[in-house]
Design a protein around this ligand. Sequence first.
Ligand SMILES: Nc1ncnc2c1ncn2[C@@H]1O[C@H](COP(=O)(O)OP(=O)(O)OP(=O)(O)O)[C@@H](O)[C@H]1O
Ligand SMILES: [Mg+2]
Length: 253
Amino acid sequence: MLELRNVHKRFGGLHAVNDVSFKVATGSIKAVIGPNGAGKTTLFNLIAGNLPVSAGTIVFAGKAIQGKKTCQIARLGMARTFQNIKLFHGMTALECVMVGRHTRSRSGFFGGMLSLPYTWREERAIRDRSMALLEMLGIADLADAEATSLAFGQQRAVEMARALALEPKLLLLDEPAAGLNIYETSEVARLICAIRDMGITVLLVEHDMSLVMDISDEIVVLSFGSKLAEDTPANIQKNEAVIKIYLGEDETA
Ligand SMILES: Nc1ncnc2c1ncn2[C@@H]1O[C@H](COP(=O)(O)OP(=O)(O)OP(=O)(O)O)[C@@H](O)[C@H]1O
Ligand SMILES: [Mg+2]
């Protein structure tokens, strides 16, 4: 589904992503972990086209995508959520999800505003589909609430629904459990597995180790921009180099 080959990102003198290569198998859940500042979000920004790579190749569904715009990559079937939630002010939860869906639709957002007959039918279908996603995420009762006024966990759910509305082949989740309590986190774990069971490949960045170890098929560990390890959860937990960087992090905390 996704392959990174020798990907680099430099910010001036800082080598934020240093020669990273890995593959994400279709239908799998893969996690990227590593201490704060390891380059995880930067890596997502490179994959989704939010930042240009300094060097390297990124292949998504058989196409080289480095250098393409975010909207082009989205149309190829990649959706993402952000570490810092990005929802629109003044829109309801349902509207936020519908906007996600419009990226995919025939008439687009502005065609929809002209209310042509076929766009009107399409609008209806988008609304129904968006509602179904809110139901799947357990927040259908909040459809008409203003998205940015919702509780943190609920906003995360809206963001996930917005990403799913694109009907992606690959979903990138940047810290989906950050700031959530233990119950909300187990709900997110269940949801990510349900998304995978829908046939969507998932790549996630997450600090919650029990979540990562429970749901991932494979884990990539980044440290100072470089890939330190790539293995199954069981082997990552035994990996001396990985244990060392996490213990090192604790010592400085
Ligand atoms: N736009 C930018 N310009 C300059 N430096 C940046 C930029 N974005 C990120 N960095 C730097 O790149 C490094 C990697 O940051 P990144 O946000 O990718 O880390 P992360 O692994 O996602 O960390 P966290 O776990 O805290 O979210 C950091 O040193 C950060 O300060
Ligand atoms: Mg980050």
